[in-house]
Design a protein around this ligand. Structure first.
Ligand code: SF4
Length: 210
C-alpha cells in the first residue's frame, strides 16, 4: 500500500483527495484480516513530505507494518521528475539514523527490490528501494502485466508485448508462455535513467498498474 504522509493536508496536496483516513483504515483492515507482512510504500518529495520519514516509520513500527522508502523515479504523469531534486537513499538513511539505529538485515535479499535494515536491533525492519542511485536491475526477475493485457519487461520499457490479442485470438497457454518468455529474454540490461539518451515511458506508473 502507498502512504506518503500522515498529514491530511499533505495527503490532499499529493493525491488531490481528502482521504487519508480511508488509507489508514484500509491498512488496519488488511492487518486485521491476517495479511502479513503489510508492506507500506513511501516516496519522499522535497518540500512536500521530506520532513516525515521518522514519523512515518514510527507509525508503521507501532502498527506492525513494514515500511519501505522508494526513491522517486521518472514515472510521473507530468514528467516533472528531476534527478538533482529527488531524495536519495543516502539522504533517507541519514534522516532515519538521527532517530533509529539501523543495521543491515542479514537475510538473503535475492531479487527483492528493497535493501532492508533492522530497526533498533530488530526484529522490525525498514526497507529502502534505491531504484535510481543503487539500481538492482541485474537481479531483477519482475514482469508486469497491465490492466489492458500488455506485458512489460521493465517499468521503463518503452515497448509492450500484446498478450490480450493472443488470448482473444485463441492462442494456447504454451504459445502465450513462449511470447512472454521471448519478451523477457529481450529485457534491457537496466533502466538507463542515467544515460544521456534516457526517455521516460509514455505511460506513467498509474497507467501500468502501479
Ligand atoms: S529492470 Fe526495470 S523493473 Fe527491473 S529493477 Fe530495473 S528498472 Fe525496475
Amino acid at each position: 500500500m502507498s502512504l506518503d504522509t500522515l498529514r491530511p493536508e499533505t495527503f490532499e496536496t499529493i493525491t488531490r483527495r481528502d482521504r487519508l483516513t480511508d488509507v489508514l483504515d484500509g491498512m488496519a483492515a488488511a492487518r486485521a484480516a491476517g495479511l502479513d507482512p503489510v508492506k507500506v510504500n513511501t516516496v519522499l518529495l522535497r518540500g512536500v513530505n521530506d520532513d516525515e520519514p521518522v514519523s512515518l516509520l514510527r507509525y508503521c513500527l507501532d502498527a506492525g507494518y513494514e515500511l519501505r522508502f522508494i526513491e522517486q523515479m521518472p514515472l510521473d504523469a507530468q514528467h516533472g521528475w528531476q534527478r538533482d531534486e529527488m531524495i536519495t537513499a543516502r539522504e533517507i538513511l541519514t534522516r532515519l539514523q538521527e532517530a533509529f539505529t539501523l543495521t543491515p538485515d542479514p537475510a538473503e535479499r535475492g531479487g527483492a527490490p528493497a535493501e532492508r535494515w533492522l530497526v533498533d536491533g530488530g526484529p522490525s525492519v525498514v526497507g529502502v528501494i534505491a531504484s535510481v542511485t543503487r539500481p538492482f536491475c541485474g537481479d531483477c526477475d519482475r514482469t508486469r502485466l497491465t490492466g489492458d493485457g500488455q506485458l512489460r519487461s521493465c517499468l521503463f520499457a518503452r515497448g509492450e508485448t500484446d498478450l490480450r490479442g493472443l488470448l482473444r485470438g485463441g492462442a494456447s497457454d504454451a504459445q502465450i508462455a513462449d511470447v512472454w518468455r521471448g519478451a523477457m529474454w529481450a529485457k534491457a540490461a537496466g533502466h538507463g535513467i542515467d544515460d544521456p539518451g534516457f526517455l521516460q515511458p509514455d505511460r506513467p506508473m498509474s497507467a501500468i498498474g502501479g
